[in-house]
Design a protein around this ligand. Sequence first.
Ligand code: GTP
Ligand code: SPV
Ligand code: MN
Length: 599
Amino acid sequence: MNRLQNEFLDSWVKSIAAVTTPDNVVICDGSSEEIRALETKMVADGTFIELNGSKYPHSFLHRSHPSDVARTEQLTFICSEKKDDAGPTNNWMSPDEATSRVWPLFSKCMAGRTMYVVPYLMGPADSPNARVGVEITDSAYVVANLRVMTRMGDVALRRLGTSANFVKGLHSLGDLSPERRFICHFPETRTVWSIGSGYGGNALLAKKCHALRLASVEARDEGWLAEHMLIVGITDPKGRTTYLAAAFPSGCGKTNLAMLIPSLPGYKVETIGDDICWMHVGSDGRLRAINPEAGMFGIAVGTSMKTNPNAMRAVGHDAIFTNVAVTPEGTPWWEGMDPANPRGVAGMTDWRGRVVGPDRTEPAAHPNARYTVSLRQCPSVGAGMDEPAGVPISGIIFGGRRAKKAPLVFEATSFAHGVYVGATMVSETTAAATGATGIPRHDPMAMLPFCGYNVGDYFKHWLEMGPKLKHPPKIFHVNWFRQGKNGSFLWPGFGENIRVMQWMIDRIHGDTDARSTLLGYVPTKTGINLNGLDMGGAAYDDLFDVDAEAWAEEAESHLKFLRTFGSRLPEALVQEQGALVRRVAEARASASSAKVAAK
Ligand code: GTP
Ligand code: SPV
Ligand code: MN
């Protein structure tokens, strides 16, 4: 092993190698020669299957262990010294317990394997807000993904210089047994230990572990925000470019919205990020957002030329596919890819590697199958992705997947109200994490699985950010997933979402009126462009109806959820809840007097 120039990194690497006893140690430089050699090795040992090179140049399929296909939230821990600092929404393990229960699993875990040392930079290379991390891993697949997902190798070492300021991530596949799988975060020492999984957010420690769980703690301490948000810039027919950031839970539409192709003429969409957003107070008094990542780890299922042409074009070359199916001609396949041909072709191999026919009873691709691809390959990528100061954010969107209750869009009446709207978000669970799907749960700011500290303190931190801004963003809530009586989505979504974005942009610039409801402002009947839209018979009222009876129940559930934070719950959110209850009561009273008048 070459001696690392940075003495802190060098001694950490040596200490880990002494425990994990790899056969050899490779310090990754991020070069293309290095990655080509790794790919060759992975093809030889079966980790990678090379796809049809004339249709999908330089692209690979990886099949993860069938018990290792999504984030495992129940095996994810915040290991703060004090339990209260992890809060009621996180699993907590004391650092002492982690040392006795988890650390021994790393003993000799890399015997017979190669240990890769992967330095990476989160954020544009020239950004003062970028951060360095180093992941030690025994998975070549992880290295290949990090090379796409981050600015990896020498660029990060140069940035680090002689500093001790880097996040230390230790990852091993272990024996891949869920019994011995742990993802432990130590915010006080900026360290992650992950063992027993090779999949996504469990194993690519730069992503959720560093850029959200640990970064959220740093952001609280330093006065910024680390959020589970996409970043998108929209230039409208008036020539204005407006940047928005949107927090939707996993599997709820971030990647799609980040690169939508507008169904209305005269718009240009620039993708800055599709999953994670770090926002600082800029010298101009605005929130400034950078995307700490450089690539996408996107959901394959449902992605098609109809729903997301930009993603389809992005994955056409130099891509890694995980747990998709493959056709006999060696091209990747997933449910929803080709709506004209919903069951694919004969002789496909499913995500587990079994040859399956059109009569199969299970999906051919895993519902959480993903593609890994550089954001630079996305046709809509914006130059703002490399802007050191970040892009100015004028609007923040919260949103969930809700069959009922939540209208297509509403606007919060103040920054504090917007924080309440984010704090009380509810969304149905998806295949992005193991466990049942379709179950509504509270997912504050889409950060339930990703906030590295007590969410009560996180709410306080959000509330404190507003007054620091000379130009606070407007805050909205959207729901693309409201269902009609027959259980189908009322809103066509995808490229048609530009109509909702247009309304929000017009609100930001003071160009359109709104109607007041108990939730906040919604578009007037003429304020949102629904012209020429095929909504299967649904109308404005179906999209924007706010049912006071349903929201009376919902407001109670908000309070119950907020009370779980005990003394850490900021009083301002209790006030907002009281105000919602009053607005619900007023709406019920006026609805019943309207009924009396009609009699
Ligand atoms: P993560 O990568 O897990 O964080 O997910 P994400 O938030 O990036 O979600 P993504 O954009 O990948 O979408 C998840 C699923 O929702 C896919 O199956 C999409 O096809 C579907 N979806 C996205 N946008 C819309 C929409 O506007 N309407 C409908 N009906 N479905 C959508
Ligand atoms: C998510 O679940 O929010 C993802 C996928 O983006 S993972 O990288 O597994 O976290
Ligand atoms: Mn995500």
